[in-house]
Design a binder for this molecule. Structure first.
Ligand code: FRU
Length: 906
């Protein structure tokens, strides 16, 4: 859904962009105009006419740069237009020579250049537009000629030197007057197109010379200056002044003619509109003329009115055009904004349509999903009801089962207590009566108590689960209380060679505890410590005190607990990954609950062993709604939590047995069970014990006839031990009986995969174990028979069975060395990579005879074949089978076969 919203938003933004981009005007052609200056009206008129014309061409964009009559500035501005790559460049040069190179540069850059009004040097430009200034000079001269009857003197006031109009106007003027000797240019003043440049000089000239008849000024502005000077000298009626430009409007040449200030003016059109038209033509790719000469005309009193009228009309039209243009521009703008608005509206409309469609689709979909959901909901409700019913039934049945087991557990307590107390009273009798059974009574007491403890644990767990455990705190001196418990473990510590240290701290420290609970907690933690601390390890119990609490620390040097299990270790049924020993998994859970009922805490850490810390708050304020007893009575911990008096567990000795009796290795960490097994099996077998820590080493050392192995063992488990023994040539032949509490299919399968021969689960029937032992040995006997009687067949085959392969290798080595009388058992063992003793035991186990007997049998067997099948004499045969003395060979042969070699040969 979110992605769909994102998508539609993106579409919307794209549409808006597209619709707005429609507003962007198409790229326009750029015309750059470099204007020489804009100080006078003639130039302003030129710019205006250009702008008006450009506005008629919507595809054109005009930019005017004003050089302010500075040559360097004009060059820079033209350069900028070149950089900009304008489409057409129009230049009105200030002067010809300095501006020529930069115009050539533009031409070289491929930009067409239109030169307007003033010219440049040479012809390297695209087009020129302007009036013929020679003709203007000529027309001025002609005007004077036609209006003079006699001689007349003339002063010429020229435009700026270096600009083409000034130069050309002068040429045209002079050349024409040259043909009329009566008319003389008596003086020439060099102006710069502005009146200020000539007024002083003209004034002083008029003071010194005869008043001229005519003054020809190269433009109207200087002509105005001349008139002002003449007037100042009251000569205005005596001097006829002629100007150039003929601008329309106030202060323009036409107005001056009309006002009688000037005699005449020569119309000098700006050519602005024409230049833009030509630029447009160039852009359109049309051909244009290189020289576009504008028409000029003399305006004097005769035609000034007509001219003014015409200009008036033109001006009127120009203004109309400008107004219309403004209206058009406004309309275009309105059109543009409206069309943008319409586009946006269309987009919005489309979006609206899309969203409407989408909403309809969503509504339909939601309705459909709702229907499906309702159906599913109904199904779920039905299922939930069924589950609830089922759960209710299950709860009831579970509850009744748990109640049944709880009741049963309670029931167990009585007979177990009876058994314990009865056997304790038996154990208390004078020692002589118990001679021989003291250890068994101890076993019974020990295990009955263990059972009782487990049952109590179960009942405590149940009570805690139901929340029916009531705490009964009693004021207690914690150190003596704890010492009692620690002391109970002293004999256990001695038996296991574990160093048990108690650091009591302040003996008078008092806390309020439920003694029964804390007795169980401390016992549990301490017995765990013993469970996981190896021989010669350390256990430390310490009591520390702070302002608000008392902490009891139990630290052992056992295998420790992985960090990730610190929290879970207190969960019910939790079995630590390091803990291979059988356990209910309730002890630590119950301990934690008990400590928490005291508002205390229990935590574990592990660094070279495990460390449990129990903290109990001082005082009694934390016990709310609980009766607290202040009377410190003696505390007797319950018998089930007492460790039994340890009667030294002498290992039952092996009774006198036939030295050929088979050997059994029992790998079992429960010393009680291994004690019982050894005692029972010792009547028939040589029994060896391993607590699991050295099972493989013992098996390799003894090479027993049978191995009985537990699965849950401290260092390596039974699967690993069995697997290793079965894959070792030295022990692979030994039948292995697994004796375990694990009754699941997976464990059975795993054990069989590891090579176990028999799998018996605890509790087991001793007779079954005995029979299993017998049948394992009998099977081995059968194999032995097979190997000894079909030994020749073992030669060339490839066997899956490790034993057969072993025999094949053995026979091959013996065969290879049969001729060597010094071939020893050591050498043979070396070749087979096992020790002499292991070879002896393996061969004995597999074949029932010693290895040396086997080698001899092989020698004599071969000798018998040779006697029967070869022509060799007896001595030769004796040497062939490795006898150094033929006599000794004959004796040995007769001993084995009851017939001498000689007799057999004949
Ligand atoms: C304007 C002007 C005109 C003159 C022209 C010659 O700046 O001085 O009066 O006719 O330039 O280029």
């Amino acid at each position: 859904m979110r992605s769909l919203i994102k998508l539609s938003l993106r579409i919307f933004i794209c549409l808006i962009i597209v619709s707005c981009s429609g507003e962007k005007e198409a790229d326009k052609y750029k015309i750059g105009f470099s204007q020489a200056m804009t100080t006078d009206n003639w130039r302003k008129e030129m710019n205006k006419s250009m702008r008006v014309e450009a506005s008629m061409h919507p595809d054109l964009e005009l930019e005017i740069k004003d050089a302010g009559n500075h040559i360097a500035k004009q060059i820079t501005q033209i350069d900028d237009f070149i950089q900009e790559k304008v489409d057409v460049l129009i230049v009105s040069p200030i002067q010809s020579i300095p501006i020529t190179p930069v115009i050539e540069k533009a031409m070289n850059a491929g930009i067409p250049v239109i030169v307007i009004d003033r010219k440049i040097e040479g012809r390297n430009f695209t087009a020129y537009v302007g009036a013929n200034n020679i003709e203007i000079g000529r027309n001025a001269a002609k005007y004077i000629i036609s209006h003079s009857e006699n001689e007349a003197t003339i002063i010429e006031i020229t435009g700026q030197e270096g600009s083409s109009p000034a130069h050309e106007r002068s040429i045209g003027f002079k050349n024409t007057l040259d043909s009329v000797p009566e008319l003389q240019i008596t003086y020439s003043i060099k102006g710069d197109w502005e009146k200020a440049s000539i007024k002083d000089r003209l004034s002083s000239l008029l003071d010194t010379v005869k008043t001229p008849d005519y003054i020809f000024c190269h433009n109207d502005r200087m002509a105005m200056g001349a008139w002002e000077v003449a007037r100042s000298k009251s000569l205005e009626d005596d001097i006829k002044i002629i100007g150039v430009d003929g601008l329309f409007g106030p202060n323009g040449g036409i107005q001056m003619v009309k006002d009688g200030l000037l005699d005449a003016t020569l119309l000098y059109p700006t050519g602005g509109a024409e230049a833009i038209k030509m630029a447009s033509d160039l852009i359109q790719g049309e051909n244009i003329n290189k020289y576009n000469i504008l028409r000029t005309v003399v305006i004097d009193s005769v035609n000034v009115d007509i001219m003014q009228n015409q200009f008036d009309k033109m001006n009127q039209q120009q203004n109309d055009i400008e107004q219309q243009q403004a209206v058009i521009d406004e309309q275009i703008e309105t059109y543009n904004s409206q069309s943008a608005l319409i586009r946006i509206m269309i987009v919005l409309l489309l979006l609206l349509l899309f969203l409407t469609g989408w909403s309809i689709y969503l509504v339909v979909r939601i309705k459909k999903s709702k229907r499906e959901l309702e159906i599913n909901n109904k199904k779920i409700i039905v299922q939930r009801n069924q589950i609830e019913n089922f759960a209710e039934k299950l709860k009831v049945s579970n509850e009744s089962k748990i109640n049944f087991f709880t009741a049963l557990s309670h029931e167990f307590k009585t007979p177990l207590t009876l058994i314990t107390s009865s056997i304790e009273s038996i154990a208390d009798r004078p020692n002589k009566e118990l001679k021989g059974i003291s250890h068994e009574t101890n076993l019974i007491i020990n295990n009955s108590r263990r059972l009782l403890r487990l049952i109590n644990e179960l009942l405590d767990f149940r009570k805690l689960e139901n929340g029916t455990y009531n705490i009964k705190p009693v004021k207690t001196r914690i150190v003596p209380f704890l010492k009692n418990i620690v002391d109970d473990f002293r004999s256990e510590a001695v038996k296991r060679s574990v160093k048990l240290n108690f650091c009591p701290g302040n003996e008078d420290m008092e806390v309020y505890i439920d003694r029964d609970m804390m007795d169980k907690v401390f016992f549990n933690i301490l017995s765990n410590a013993f469970k996981f601390t190896p021989k010669n390890g350390n256990i430390l119990v310490a009591v520390n005190e702070s302002e608000n609490e008392v902490s009891i620390i139990f630290k052992d040097s056992g295998i420790g607990i992985p960090k990730e299990e610190f929290k879970r270790i207190f969960d019910p049924y939790m079995q630590g990954s390091n803990n291979l020993k059988p356990s209910s998994g309730l002890g630590l859970f119950i301990s934690k609950q008990f400590v928490e009922l005291h508002e205390g805490s229990i935590s574990v850490s592990s660094h070279q062993g495990a460390e449990f810390k129990i903290s109990i708050p001082k005082g009694k304020a934390h016990f709310k709604d609980v009766d607290v007893s202040e009377i410190e009575t003696d505390f007797q911990s319950s018998t089930s939590y007492k460790l039994p008096e340890t009667i030294p567990a002498e290992e039952p000795g092996n009774v006198a047995l036939d030295k050929n009796a088979e050997t059994v290795l029992i790998i079992e960490d429960n010393t009680d069970l291994s004690y019982v097994l050894k005692k029972k099996l010792s009547t028939d077998y040589h029994v060896y014990l391993s607590d699991g820590t050295d099972g493989i080493e013992k098996a390799l050392e003894i090479i027993p006839d049978v191995i009985i192995c537990d699965l849950n063992l401290p260092t390596k488990n039974g699967f690993e031990i069995c697997g290793e023994l079965k894959s070792d040539l030295r022990t692979s032949h030994i039948p292995t009986i697994i004796l375990t509490a694990l009754d699941d299919k997976e464990s059975r399968l795993k054990a069989l995969k590891a090579g176990a021969d028999t799998y018996i689960t605890k509790p087991f029937n001793y007779e079954i174990l005995r029979e299993s032992l017998k049948s394992a040995l009998y099977n081995r006997e059968k194999l032995r028979y097979y190997y000894t009687n079909r030994i020749d067949e073992v030669k060339d085959e490839h066997f899956e069975n490790a034993e057969q392969n072993f025999l094949k290798d053995l026979n091959a080595f013996i065969d290879e060395n049969l001729r060597d009388p010094d071939f020893s058992v050591e050498e043979l063992a070396g070749k087979l990579n096992i020790s002499r003793v292991q070879l002896y035991r393996k061969v004995k186990a597999l074949l029932g005879i010693s290895i040396s007997e086997y080698i001899s049998a092989q020698r004599l067997n071969k000798a018998r074949n040779l006697l029967q099948q070869s022509d060799m004499n007896i001595s030769e045969i004796a040497y062939e089978v490795g006898y150094s003395s033929p006599g000794y060979f004959s004796t040995s042969f007769k001993n084995k076969y009851g017939i001498s070699p000689k007799q057999l040969k004949s």
